[in-house]
Design a protein around this ligand. Structure first.
Ligand SMILES: Cc1cc2nc3c(=O)[nH]c(=O)nc-3n(C[C@H](O)[C@H](O)[C@H](O)COP(=O)(O)O)c2cc1C
Length: 192
């Protein structure tokens, strides 16, 4: 039984940096949805490919509908869990674009509203996708995010089942620990 079961209900927004069908990063987050205890409403954000390119001139009322949807999803969450690959020694462009829309909110550095943010690094590369994750660390710090520990849980492509989930018991134990740590952080942050 998860230690979160006795805690109040929490909403966790899951954001994948990969648009790829069969993505290991998205599979990790879908697995989080599958294992989340009853008191955790884990929702996978699916609008990344619909977002316009970040442009300060568009960052005014009325916002593009897709941007409004992203910001509403972030505002409605008690915590954010990210999973992203590395492309060309950096964060994927689409995912960086999403982060820019969050930072460009009318409240500068808006992800820093005390909301706990963490990420799981699923890379199996010998480099551990270190450049992307260093970049993510910098962006989240810039955004003033309340950074909870990062987790390294390598996921080979063959671990992703036809249902889009990761069944591996070791991975699931590690994922549960990551989710529990994030939910515990929402209690420390006093999220409502
Ligand atoms: C264009 C391109 C560039 C990539 N660049 C890197 C890289 O710089 N470092 C790295 O570790 N992996 C790199 N990769 C590998 C991806 O990060 C890897 O395939 C990852 O599993 C993709 O995540 P996904 O399974 O969630 O789609 C690259 C892949 C592509 C297609």
């Amino acid at each position: 039984m998860s230690s979160t079961n006795s805690l109040p209900s929490r909403r966790v927004l899951l954001i994948s940096g990969s648009l790829r069908h069969g993505s290991t990063n998205t599979a990790m987050l879908q697995t989080v949805v599958a294992i989340a205890p009853e008191n955790v409403d884990a929702e996978l954000y699916c609008g990344i490919s619909e977002l316009p390119y970040f442009e300060p001139d568009l960052d005014r009322h009325p916002l593009p509908q897709q941007v409004q949807g992203l910001r509403d999803a972030v505002r409605g969450a008690d915590a954010i869990l990210i999973c992203t690959p590395e492309y060309a020694a950096a964060l994927p462009g689409a995912f960086k674009n999403l982060l820019e829309w969050l930072i460009g909110d009318e409240h500068p550095r808006s992800m820093g509203a005390g909301k706990p943010v963490t990420w799981i690094n699923v890379s199996t590369a010998t480099t551990g996708a270190a450049n992307a994750h260093e970049s993510l660390r910098l962006v989240l710090r810039y955004a003033g995010a309340n950074l909870v520990s990062e987790f390294n849980i390598p996921v080979a492509r063959q671990l992703v089942g036809s249902d889009g989930l990761i069944a591996d018991a070791g991975v699931r134990v590690a994922v549960q620990a990551a989710l529990d740590a994030l939910v515990d952080a929402t209690n420390l942050a006093g999220s409502q």
